[in-house]
Ligand binder design. Sequence first.
Ligand code: ZN
Length: 280
Amino acid sequence: MLETEVRGPITRVHVWRTMWGRSFYTASAYLVDGLLVDTGPPATAREVVAWARGQEVHQVVNSHHHEDHSGGDGPLQRALGVPVAAHHAAVPILAAFPRLPLYRRLVWGQPRNVVAEPLGAAVETARYRFEVIPTPGHTPDHVCFFEPREGWLFGGDLFVHERVRYLRAGEDAGAILASLRGVLALRPRLLLCAHAGFVSEPCAAIERKIAYWEGLAEAARRWQAEGLSLRETTERVLGPEDVTARASRGQFSKLNLIRSLLEANENRPRIDTNGHEPQA
Ligand SMILES: [Zn+2]
């Protein structure tokens, strides 16, 4: 399914899948001044191409390689001949997309391979200039696109929502927190999120997200100090795992989030009591 929402010069392209009469698994791409930021999953690529034929789409960029952001790249490139650009680390993945685990193939579909160019420092359109902001953590190849004059931040999967309680295996919570602080310093005035849509007061929302995760990390550290295992700590802080962890065979879980938050804390440089950097 596909629905659009227009705010000024920006069009949100909201796509989702319907299963058993219920709609879920949503993602958003954005069109601004001929630039399409992300393309939705393979499962909705045909709808995105049909919609794009009636629009001015001159170039495509990806926030990262995940299939719910890049799945329309190949079909759009073949149908419209548009160039596609992504982080240099995403280019070889998009060229030969690894076979997805079954649950992700069922949800989004397997992407078709696409030839993408590596992103430079900025993306130009006729009216705007979007700075490419590296924001690793969700994936190493994650970037945001920031238009400084307008204050627009195209955030990909950096934000998602304020109270994220699950992490995908391989995501790095410490790096996500650092990336969130990095984009906060840009003082964006409008966040275009791949999941939350238009976020009108992004700095306050990002600050609340950082505070929520810092609170979880603090609580987890306290339970660890009491001698609880990682699994027990996770249950105390976020409650038991639910269908999300089971359906994804543990790929998406609360345990991943707590583990990664604790590791982020361990990796943070500490100052010892004499004010000296520790040796290790
Ligand atoms: Zn993603």
